[in-house]
Design a binder for this molecule. Sequence first.
Ligand code: UN1
Length: 507
Amino acid sequence: MSATLIHPTETGLTVKNCIDGEWVGSDRTFQSLNPANRDHVVATVPQTSKEQVEAAVAAARRAFSSWRELSWVKRAEYIDNLSQLIKRDLEQLSRLVTIECGKPINEGRADVVEALHMAQYMAGHGRLPYGQVISSEIAAKDAYIIRKPKGVVGIITPWNFPFAIPLWGILPAVLGGNTVVFKPSEETPVMGHKLAELFEEAGFPAGVINTVHGNGEETGAAMTGSEGVDVIVFTGSRAVGSLIKRTAVAGETHKFVATELGGKNAVMVLEDADLDIAVNAGVLSAFKTSGQRCVSSNRIIVDKKVIDAYTERFVEKVKRIKVGDGLEEDTFMGPLISQEGVAKWHHHNRMAVEEGGEVLVEGHEVTDGPLARGNFVTPFVYRFRDYKENTFCLREEAFSPHTCIIGCDGMEDAVRIYNDTDYGLAMAVITEDYRKWRWVRDHADYGLGYVNLPSIGAEVHLPFGGVKASGNGHPAAETALDYLTHRVAFTVNHAREIVMAQGLTTL
Ligand code: UN1
């Protein structure tokens, strides 16, 4: 375990809102605490009121008319500027990710690298076609499908990828000609502030990307309720996502909401699996980011023919996990984000025991030694040799290092168990048999599927999203341009008379 928990240089940063190019505070503030050491205040942050949110929305609306006039290539050049700044600051930004959200430094870097990839991808996209030319029934007509911006996009993002996930929405939005109001998670405002500083340095004109800080109840609700917002892109919990879906679009026909919510993901280990890959995939899926990815797996569904061998090797590996300060390169699991996260982890563990799970690794909260002032817990692993339906522990997302090995009878049973939740985000199947993974591919419900890999680790040029309660079918990253722009039809007649399609007569 770590002996150093003081992160001496990054203390007491001041975070501001950026509205219409002006850096402004608020009369109310809150603090961002280091999850590895709650005595360390990383920043003081404005709590943004409804009026300030409306000012940001108005600024975005004003900026929209000139921003949409620019070419896609020109808008992409601002994004290219941003990618160069991210590269320049990569180490410093990665360290800040680790300090503010607790992820070990290799994951802090991966977050910033993933953001960089999104910037590179969108910068390149500016030179791709933004529409299609389509043949008409009438030879003298040319028809086009072109993309047009939707207007003002509100983007609300989570703390667990505080640098990458905002760019999954912001960059396609601005490339498409929209303007943005961005609310970073209240757990990771410093990373939101860093993004806002880089947007300014990259030269984005005032008002194109406005950043407001604050909680969901006041600031988030003001954004989703604002009449001036045309699209809401939300990544976060199922509870908040369904609240937004119910309230944001009520009575406002123009407003569109894209939600990216949780998962109760799984790794399925079939009887022919390579057990080295299966164990590794299980550990990475369950415990990377301390289980705090929406694609983390709380379930490892293992064929009963190999469950004993699997369990032994899995537990042995889990016991070697190093929990500690994320700034130490060999730390595998950092702290949970908050004390609420720790309480939720305890609750899920208690429910697993109450519902009959056989505990294999008794996780504990670290309450003494140098980690005691952080939100540190160790992995919790349990087993159900036979699947138990209608449980809390096997159906509800724990978002923490809490995972269950579940026995199954063959491939079809594995998929039946996998599908038995409200969610459908990420799954992995471990098998050497190409017929089996193809069957799983076609019968499991998911937005991100993997073979001989963990359920985590998606790349930005793929759609990121889920089915069922995991979202509303509008994935982020690769796919976001689709719903952040309108695809409009545009038809031009080149003849000297009007000839109608479908054989319609004219006078
Ligand atoms: C999340 O799970 O909250 O696929 C985002 C991954 C990362 C993104 C995860 N690229 O694991």
